[in-house]
Design a protein around this ligand. Structure first.
Ligand SMILES: [Zn+2]
Length: 369
């Protein structure tokens, strides 16, 4: 069962396809698109970036992975004369191309860059515990520490704006049920407690309090996704980056991190049947950046050919100091797990939502009386 418009199918257990063959993702995408188009910043990129200029040392912070979206954000900062603090978190998985792209961007912009190098033994021990948990979101190990260290810089330099490369035109279709939130430190801690070995010294967690209370309400820091303020076209962004920074393209999506490549192109597909290309291709179809028939053809093949799959898996196994066979054993589709079997922040979030509704009601009452 596949949608007639995009390429989403019943690998999303929650998909709803109507009598015309159109799925809920298509409808949500169009609704979100309308919302972005009606936002006051849409097609006013220049005014928006200029409004961020401040007397502080840094106008904003950008987490730079070396991927297209974050690199393009840095280009926009340069174009509109902002002074961002760039933060890169090196978890040991950078591809050579990513290292080279980041170097070129810094040479061209002269922006300040802080690189956090996370002790490899801690990252490795976290990954091994997460693999043993059989959970879907193996990439939460990298994602969590990336945001955790980014937020620590925000606090240190009192930065008000985080520019984030998320965008609806290439990532608008998503299936949250496929994986747990990478921001939930409780899951990561419990996974390590149950399956981990050795030390994770130097691996920084971000608490529920920091994420939901301290950053937005005490530090008063706002996350902004400027790529939603225009019709972001990935191919155009790549051409600009090539011209401006001599940027090199990656062999495959998320090629900036070799673990993310393994996770998305091999692990998730083999174990859970979740092919993230479907999300990306569907977003591109719905934003008129690609042809459905071409994508359906591409989806008939695995993302990587056998040789590339072998070399990537071999690299990951060696780096984690486990055998090739052990890594494959973690891809076993009969051994699945769900994050609800671990401590998690779902109940805390429910309490937070309850109190935020109460507070809103209280403020409304005060306003009207
Ligand atoms: Zn659809």
């Amino acid at each position: 069962m596949i949608c007639n418009v995009c390429v989403m199918d019943d690998s999303d257990p929650g998909i709803i396809i109507d009598e015309y063959g159109v799925c809920n993702h298509c409808k949500k995408f169009k609704k979100d698109e309308e919302g972005y188009k009606n936002s006051k910043h849409f097609n006013k990129e220049k005014e928006f970036f200029e409004s961020l200029k401040s007397n502080n040392k840094y106008d904003c912070i950008v987490g730079l992975s070396g991927g297209v979206d974050s690199s393009y954000l840095v280009y926009l900062c340069k174009l509109y004369n902002l002074n961002p603090l760039l933060v890169h978190v090196d978890t040991g998985w950078n591809s050579k191309t990513a290292v080279s792209n980041i170097k070129k961007i810094i040479e061209n912009t002269n922006f300040d860059l802080i690189t956090h190098v996370v002790p490899w033994s801690s990252v490795k021990n976290m990954h091994l515990a997460m693999l043993k948990s059989n959970l879907a979101n193996q990439d939460s190990i990298q994602d969590h520490i990336f945001f955790s260290l980014l937020y620590k810089c925000i606090h240190k330099y009192k930065i008000k704006y985080i520019l984030n490369g998320s965008n609806f035109t290439t990532e608008g279709v998503s299936v949250p049920s496929w994986q747990h939130s990478s921001m939930d430190a409780l899951i990561l801690k419990d996974v390590f407690k149950r399956h981990g070995n050795g030390s994770i010294k130097g691996y920084k967690f971000m608490s529920f309090f920091e994420y939901y209370i301290k950053i937005p309400f005490i530090n008063r820091t706002t996350v902004i996704c400027p790529l939603n303020f225009s019709f972001y076209n990935k191919n155009d962004a790549i051409s600009i980056l090539k011209d401006e920074f001599d940027y090199e393209e990656y062999e495959y999506k998320h090629g900036e991190s070799l673990f993310t490549s393994y996770f998305q192109n091999i692990y998730l597909i083999n174990k859970y049947g979740f092919d993230k290309r479907k999300l990306h291709y569907s977003s591109l179809i719905l934003s008129n950046q690609g042809n459905r028939e071409t994508f359906i053809e591409k989806l008939k093949n695995q993302p990587l050919d056998e040789k590339l799959e072998y070399s990537l898996r071999n690299y990951v196994a060696k780096k984690l100091e486990i055998s090739y066979a052990e890594l494959i054993s973690y891809e076993d589709p009969t051994k699945l797990n769900h994050y609800s079997n671990y401590n998690n922040w779902d109940n805390l979030r429910k309490i937070l939502v309850y109190f935020s509704k109460l507070i809103t009601r209280f403020i409304n009452l005060k306003t009207y009386h």
